[in-house]
Design a protein around this ligand. Structure first.
Ligand SMILES: C[S@@+](CC[C@H](N)C(=O)[O-])C[C@H]1O[C@@H](n2cnc3c(N)ncnc32)[C@H](O)[C@@H]1O
Length: 466
């Protein structure tokens, strides 16, 4: 009873990286949801700050989140906080001694770190800060190299580098619990990856996508626009089985021109399987195949736990699908000769997203997530432009700015209904789902923006609805 009362009052402090700000909350919420835990913050929550106080979690939950998060740097058991050092002292002296004592006993070793956000302290000032905490009943021995327990004093000087206050806006003190997975950004950097292409997804964003998708051990994850498989690399790291398709034969078979500087052709083993092998996750590789996402080859069943993808935007790679402009009627049970190379036509952006949502509605398991990038023309973007499907609910919508006028939004959706449960007539009549039938606002707005700058023929054709 005493133990549960002790644990129920614990608060945890997350220290988050100050990049990809939009992606942080959905990441932490998704990782908590994976553990069946809601996101409960303590006090006044400010999403864009580097420190968040969370309530209602166990240390195991926090460790679980940190074992996956690339947005969070470190997590602490929060012992005290305040606007000034004197408020911090009052708060710390109120913290139950029985919570502190297991980490401060005589035969233990410890270290206190001082961390300042948006200000650099001189060494002497750091030492002064540590010395001033002598009111805490530390009985153990200081060990700077390999202490049993690490404590941290964290001072927040706001987020404006041009307006750094003399005194911190807020101060925290806590016991360090775990670091996040920021190291993955370096260890999985595409710079050192075996097989890359012009549009290989950045490692950090790939892991964020996998986290937004809640991919889990032994899940089956599919990327319909797999490219060089960066998203499969991230999902396989979290022990999901992975597979993908791409319309490009050379990409799937690791042939053709290399995207590396000073190299003309791809080497003999430059392919997605080799990428997974590089990171020790080849055992999670199912396969990839050449296939057109607009005419998928999967049997009609809820096959995938997550669909995670970066569709082509038609900017650095063309948006193509098989078929010609003429209406070719495919014969039933058509058999194509092996040497047949299908012609391709433009695959308009809006159709890509309509098809992707439709495919996900049919092929995700209930509760499974679709995570994908949607390119937008910023001045005219509004939330109504995000494609909808009655079987999928939007979980999050985060912006990554690309230029003053363009950005891409990471959309996460969760399957809430099977298509068979829909009243198809009501669905077709519902205006919320109609914009993506043919020529629609999103496509017009997006391409009108792109056309203003690039004047691309393909894009013009899309605007004209050709
Ligand atoms: C933005 S890239 C994906 C990059 C990938 N995430 C990576 O890390 O390498 C989009 C991919 O979609 C493929 N693609 C274009 N049209 C397609 C279609 N109709 N069906 C399947 N793949 C297609 C392109 O060949 C390209 O590899």
């Amino acid at each position: 009873m005493a133990t549960s009362a002790r644990l129920s009052c614990l608060k945890y402090l997350l220290h988050l990286a100050q990049d990809n700000l939009d992606f942080r909350l959905p990441e932490i919420k998704s990782l908590l949801a994976l553990r069946g835990k809601p996101f409960h913050y303590s006090g006044h929550f400010q999403e864009k700050t580097p420190f968040w106080c969370l309530d209602g979690l166990s240390e195991e939950d926090v460790r679980g989140v940190m074992a996956r998060s690339v947005c969070a740097k470190s997590a602490f058991e929060l012992w005290g906080h305040g606007k000034t050092h004197s408020e911090l002292k009052t708060s710390l002296l109120k913290y139950p001694t029985e919570n502190m004592s297991p980490f401060m006993c005589k035969d233990s070793t410890y270290r206190i770190n001082v961390y300042t956000f948006n200000k650099t302290l001189e060494f002497e000032d750091r030492i002064k800060r540590i010395d001033s905490m002598d009111y805490l009943p530390f009985e153990g021995t200081v060990n700077l190299k390999s202490p049993q327990h690490i404590f941290c004093l964290l001072e927040d000087y706001g987020t404006d580098p041009n307006d750094i206050p003399e005194h911190p806006n807020y101060i925290y003190f806590g016991r360090w619990i775990a670091d996040g997975q920021r190291e993955l950004i370096r260890s999985h950097s595409v710079k050192n990856r075996h097989f890359i292409g012009n549009t290989s997804m950045d490692a950090g964003l790939s892991f964020i996508m996998a986290n937004h998708a809640k991919v889990n051990k032994n899940d089956l994850v599919f990327d319909p626009f797999v490219g060089t498989g960066s998203l499969l690399v991230a999902c396989s790291h979290f022990r999901s089985y992975v597979c993908g398709t791409d319309i490009d034969y050379n990409t799937i078979h690791g042939r053709g021109r290399s995207s590396r500087k000073n190299k003309t052709w791809r080497g003999p083993d430059e392919n997605i399987r080799a990428n997974l092998r590089q990171y020790g996750t080849e055992d999670m590789y199912i396969d990839v195949m050449v296939s057109d996402a607009s005419k998928h080859v999967w049997r009609e069943a809820a096959l995938f736990d997550a669909i995670i993808t970066d569709p082509p935007y038609g900017i650095r790679e063309s948006t193509r699908r098989t078929g010609s402009h003429k209406d070719v009627i495919k014969p039933q049970d058509a058999i194509y000769e092996e040497s047949h190379v299908p012609v391709t036509q433009a695959y308009h952006l809006s159709d890509i997203f309509t098809d992707l949502l439709n495919f996900s509605a049919h092929h995700l398991v209930l509760g499974g997530r679709l995570v994908y990038w949607l390119p937008v023309y910023r001045p005219e973007y509004c939330v109504e432009m995000v494609p909808l499907n009655p079987c999928l609910r939007i979980i999050s919508n985060c912006e990554q700015t690309l230029s003053s006028h363009t950005s891409r939004r990471l959309i996460t959706m969760e399957k809430i209904k099977n298509p068979e449960e829909l009243d198809s007539l009501a669905y077709l009549a519902d205006p919320r789902f109609s914009p993506y039938q043919g020529h629609n606002a999103f496509r017009e707005k997006y391409f009108s923006g792109v056309n203003k700058r690039s004047g691309k023929e393909d894009n013009k054709a899309a605007v004209n609805g050709e």
